[in-house]
Structure formats: C-alpha cells, structure tokens
Design a protein around this ligand. Sequence first.
Ligand code: FRU
Length: 494
Amino acid sequence: MNSPILQKARTYEAQYGEAIPASERPVYHLTPWVGWMNDPNGFSFYQGQYHLFYQYYPYKTVWGPMHWGHAVSHDLLRWEYLPAAMAPDMPYDKDGCFSGSAAELPDGRQLLLYTGVCKSEDLNPEGHYYDIQTQCVAVGDGVNYEKIPQNPVLTVKDLPEGYSKYDFRDPKIWQEPDGTYSAVAVARTEDKSGAVILYHSPDGFEWHFVTVLDHCRNEHGRMWECPDFFELDGRYLLLLSPQEMQARDEFHAGHATIYLVGDYDPETHTFRREDVHLADYGIDFYATQTLLAPDGRRIMTAWLQTWSDIEDKPQGAKWFGQMICPRELHLKDGRLIQAPIRELEAARTNRVYHENVSVSQPTTLEGIRGRVADLTVNVAPDGELYRSFTIKMAADGEYYTSLTYDTYTSRLTIDRSHAGSHCDFVHSRSCEVRRQDGALKLRILLDRNSIEVFANDGEQVMTVWLYTPQSADGISFSADGKVKVTAEQYDLSF
Ligand code: FRU
C-alpha cells in the first residue's frame, strides 16, 4: 500500500518532472526527475536492468525530508524514471529515508536496506534535535516497495559500546556466495570519528553484528559516510566518503571520497588496511556506490557534487544534483584505475580526428567542440619538453573551464572559476600525474553540466560540474612551449 506521503510525491514528480524539457538536462548523466538529488542508493542489476535509486526531495531544489527517487536503465546511460520508491512515512523514518542499497531475495523480490531517521527529544550543542538513525528494510517488485513490520532491523543495540546512536547509517548490502547477506554501515565511535561496521544476515531480514572493519581515528576526516566494501583484482577496497577532512598530502579539506586498499581474511573478518588515496581529484564527487554487473565488472557511480557548495546553483533550476557517468573499476599497483563504462562506445557518432598538430598559441581544431562529447587528447613534446599545456573547454567569450598540465610540477589542474559560479568557493583543484616525459593522455567526457577527465587511462580522474549556457561550447589548445596534439572526438547520441 502506498502511503499518502509517497502518493503525493509520485503525483508531484509525474506532473512537474515530466514538464522539464530534455534539453534542460544532461543527456547521459542522471538528474532527479524533479527537485533535489544527492547520494546514489540501491545501485543494482535486478530483473534484467540496472536500477539506480537516489536521495530525493521532489518539491524543491534543496535537501529536505529524504525520499528515494528511482530510475532504470539497460545501458547505465539512458535512464527511465520510475515512481519514487520510498517516502518518509513511518514512525522510524518520518524524518528521512537516508542512503542505502539493494539486493535480490531468493523469491525474486528486491530488498532495500536503508537508514530510517527519526528526530529525538535530545538537543545537540547547536540547538537542533539529534537524529536517531536505524537500519530498515523494504521489499518490492522493482516498482513498489513495502516496509517490513519488523523494522528497524538494526539499532543502537547492534553497535559496539560507546558508539553514537545519532550517526549510524548508509548500509551497503551484498549477497555472499552461500546465499546469505552481508552489509557494511558507518557509525561514530567514542573518539567522535567514523568506523565501518560489518553485519551479517541469513536472509536479509534478521541482522547481527560481526566486527568493526576499520576506524577513522580522526585521521581521514571525522564522520565517514557511504561505505562500500568489495574485492577488486585480488585485493579488498573500502570506499568511504569522509566529512571534515583536513588538507594533507594529496587530500584536500572538506568532503572527499577515499579508498582504503588492503587484504581481508573472510575467516576472521579482518581487514588490514595498507594504503589510502583519493578516488577523484576534481571538485564535485561524493558518496560513491558500486555494483557487480552480471558480466563481472565492478561499476561505480557517485553524486557529481559535494555538500560544500550546494548553494551554488543556477537561478530558477528545476532540478539540482546529478550522478557521474558510471565507471568500471580496476586496481593496478595498489591504485584505483577508472574508465567510463564501455557502453558509452556504442553511443559514439561523428568521429573527428586530428593527428600530431603542432600547438603553441591558442589553437582550435575543426570539428572539436561541443558540450556533449567524448574527447581523447594525446599530448607529446614537440622537440624540447614544454612548460605547460592547456585545454579550454565549454568556452565562449565569457566562460570556460580549463585543464592545465605543468611539466615542472607534474601537476594537472582543473579550473572552473569561469564556469558561471557567483560564489567564492573552491573552483580549482590539482593532482600529481605520474609521468616525467611530458606525454599525457586525457579522455574527457562532456555532458552539458559536467566535465569528467580521465588522465592516462584513468590513473587519475577529475570531475566538475558547470552551469553555463550551452552555447559556450568551444574547445581550444595552447602551450607554453611546443606540443604535438592528437585529438579524437565523438559526439554522443542516444
Ligand atoms: C551523504 C549523506 C548520507 C546520508 C544522506 C542523507 O551525502 O549525508 O550519509 O544517508 O546523505 O541524505
């Protein structure tokens, strides 16, 4: 039975979401049907198609009592909206259905494991009521979901002694080879920073504590959010989105998504962390979630945004928030390698190719332009090593977003200061590219309101949003010194 709160959201989104013209959205990046979107939820393959749910507030382009939006796709690029899956309509989730995940049950139904939020009577130091967070289950057929009578299935009683009941969320479920289920969730420990907890269930309904997989110990941010845990190319990866990171080494201050690489002993449930890195070196990337595709690929999605600059949105926007183009993950030499999903190749049309063009002064190349494109640029020194190389994208007389590689520092910098923002937030970020010879390969995905850059076959990735007029579609190349540029561009059509 759909509650009146869910019914209201479904009626609203069908009316106002449908009214948003396709030309006002990105083409292959999922946006909310209408209103606000944050984290991806329930990213899964179920009954022959991919499902992607999302943190959703349909009524405004601001965060509000969380619903779950829902979309399905056969190729992870063309999405069809389905009616909202859940609304905050039960005593244990009346203040929000927070992030969670999905798994299939033996009887063919789909199970959603999510965080129910309910304001407590306790005031925090800022004078707000604390949220009590518990883990809850809903079961459905891929369109309609029922919250189960046993909810909540995990509460503060299932946390180690001393952990906070106010920060316990974002369960990520997976099915074990023996048909039972495991899940990781985040919680706040006595030292006020995050931890990842492993739970187990014989059937998806009854859950029990197994172990604490890893602790933040105030080293990588404070509270951790949106955990994911899986095997990748023989190692184990714990993906996390920390809040309140401090700038240090390659890490920037604020929100970030990091991965912990290590080994895992399934007998003793021990995760031994070896290394920690950033998952994306751009500005707008948070709250990742992965799925294991039927063909064995580990595919990741994420919110193409962070909490730090949610005020920075275009006037009159009817939607806010988008997902990244899903990425295939691999691990090489202990580092995450990311590639846009291969399904994108089927959407490529109108190839334009320029080989070994000598570039120094700002140069445009015939046919290389656009806001919906898949562009690969190979750069090499033309003679002596150049000092720097720059691509300006989404450019016109007023706007541009630039990507600059400096060979002295080996740093790649993305800069969206001139991409339509009116706020003095961070607009530029850089990362080290591990190449000494000035040879650089950049694959760049453009989609109206975003740019995703994959350097050297996905060794580093940088993601940014942009909200500039679509007429700002120029692309140009320049160098301090001389470079040879080979550029291959495809339009993307769906
Ligand atoms: C991460 C997050 C989650 C939470 C959700 C609420 O972006 O804060 O921890 O479940 O968003 O919308």
